[in-house]
Design a protein around this ligand. Sequence first.
Ligand code: AMP
Ligand code: ZN
Length: 133
Amino acid sequence: MADCIFCKIIAGEIPSTKIYEDEDVLAILDISQATKGHTLVMPKKHFENLLAMSGDEAALLFSKIPDIANRIVNNLGAEGMNVIANCGPIAGQSVMHTHIHLLPRTPNDGGPDFIHTPTHDFDLDEVAKEIIG
Ligand code: AMP
Ligand code: ZN
């Protein structure tokens, strides 16, 4: 897609730090490292985000992630990892080409805390009914 920065990276028109590439997927280091080794895994085909992908397209992308993620964790000596996809500007997506953030985690790494967010007192049965329809 013409104006997409990640399509330009995939095409080699903009430099990036690649850590994995095959015919379907590219993994690069995020230019802004939330933790050491913060990686973005993206399909080479342009989709706005995961919500715009079919199950098969998403499966192809996610099929590559465990190997990439384990290589990062093992070779950087991390103890775990956050795997995140921001879908849509309301969810914090700033680059509109599907990408999965991999954040290797080590103790006191200064990375984000996704666990201790405020909880809300929704009626779970009502919410489930709304979703299922
Ligand atoms: P998101 O906000 O979830 O859409 O994530 C987009 C990510 O892309 C951000 O973490 C940016 O730091 C990262 N980013 C933007 N431009 C580049 C670039 N040229 N090379 C590597 N990462 C980038
Ligand atoms: Zn793109």
